[in-house]
Design a binder for this molecule. Structure first.
Ligand SMILES: NC(=O)c1ccc[n+]([C@@H]2O[C@H](COP(=O)([O-])OP(=O)(O)OC[C@H]3O[C@@H](n4cnc5c(N)ncnc54)[C@H](OP(=O)(O)O)[C@@H]3O)[C@@H](O)[C@H]2O)c1
Length: 328
């Protein structure tokens, strides 16, 4: 559902005194102080609490959260909206949230921009063979590998939504041959796009680098598995920027051992932080980054969050509202 911010919403005076939301904040990865300051640029009067027990729970209007706190949200009887601090909502366990309360995911230019930058960096690292030079330089091995033009590298992007669509277009602008896969048909200038299992097979059979930025759903869980890798070209490079549970980790190790996959860049893992004993650490063909691909900067993201708070407080539908129980 793509409700768009109206021009009036974009231009609205930052200080609106009429709306006084009571906000509950919960995240183990975002700074409450930064968010409190960002919200203060949007609302003259509001309450902000990161402690489930501190406030009268019945007064809470908005839950601005990354995950559900251990205590749950049951006590928040007058909750008007749950606003995710992430682009994905899988970590919110939607089934545990009250059904009548609308939920919105976060769509923010700073988040999209950082995801695009990460994707370009990871793709160029493989395209310019830095992963090979990194390992050769440790062995003092000076061997020339001729560079190629971006047009000779085909990148397959799984997921063409807010983030994947922007990644695909940015890579296309760099001259890469880009193919994309989504649930419903998409028209993206200059790109070949596919849907369905046959479309996925066609994309995988022609990509040198496969980049996953799908949301985690019942349909996409464990999609990066032995069965899918069998459809890859030999020596494909894999980049996973979606969620750890998209990947069957043991199948990746097997695919690298058989050289179906040449190397992988993983920003997400089934268990985060990745346990110290995990075989991915120190694997010379795997680069781990600690779930840093997309960062949302509160002072930027608060613009959309504030619009959604105003919408929730005045009984309007939310921007980027999650459609529950959608069969993807
Ligand atoms: N690593 C990080 O730091 C980080 C940061 C932010 C986000 N993420 C991940 O990135 C994901 C995508 O974010 P987004 O904002 O781009 O989401 P989005 O706008 O909802 O886009 C999701 C895309 O995936 C497609 N899709 C969904 N289910 C599918 C299926 N079963 N088969 C084929 N295509 C399917 C959708 O197709 P339709 O358009 O046809 O529905 C859409 O193109 C998030 O859910 C999260 O997991 C990671």
């Amino acid at each position: 559902m793509a409700l768009k911010m109206s021009p009036n919403e974009r231009l609205r005076e930052p200080h609106s005194g009429a709306i006084r939301p009571n906000i509950f904040f919960h995240s183990s990865i975002d700074s409450p102080e930064e968010w409190r300051s960002a919200l203060a640029t949007q609302f003259e009067t509001f309450t902000f609490s990161a402690d489930c027990k501190a406030n009268n729970p019945e007064k809470v209007d908005i839950a601005l959260i990354w995950t559900i706190p251990n205590e749950g949200l049951e006590g928040f009887r007058n909750l008007k909206a749950v606003l995710s601090l992430g682009a994905g909502t899988d970590q919110l366990e939607l089934g545990r949230l009250p059904k009548h309360v609308p939920v919105a995911r976060l769509v923010d230019p700073s988040l999209t921009r950082t995801m695009v930058d990460y994707a370009k960096t990871a793709v160029y690292r493989y395209h310019r063979r830095f992963h090979i030079f990194e390992s050769r330089s440790r062995g003092r091995n000076w061997t020339f590998v001729p560079p190629t033009l971006t047009a000779s590298t085909c990148v397959g992007v799984l997921g063409l939504g807010e983030i994947g669509g922007n990644i695909a277009l940015a890579l296309h602008r760099e001259g890469f041959e880009v193919r994309g896969w989504s649930r419903t048909p998409k028209e993206l200038r200059g790109l070949k796009t596919y849907t369905g299992r046959d479309g996925l097979k066609a994309l995988l059979g022609s990509s040198d680098i496969v980049l996953n930025v799908l949301p985690l759903t019942d349909e996409t869980r464990h999609i990066l598995s032995r069965e899918l890798f069998a459809q890859f070209r030999d020596r494909t490079c894999l980049i996973n920027m979606g969620r750890g549970d998209h990947l069957v980790e043991a199948d990746l190790l097997e695919a690298i051992a058989s050289r179906k996959i040449e190397a992988a860049t993983l920003d997400v893992a089934t268990v985060e932080p990745l346990p110290r004993t995990h075989p991915f650490w120190n694997h010379r063909n795997i680069l781990i980054t600690p779930h840093v691909a997309g960062i949302c900067i509160p002072i930027s993201a608060v613009q959309t969050i504030a619009v959604n708070i105003r919408r929730a407080m005045t009984g309007q539908p939310l921007l980027h509202q999650v459609v529950r129980n959608r069969i993807r």
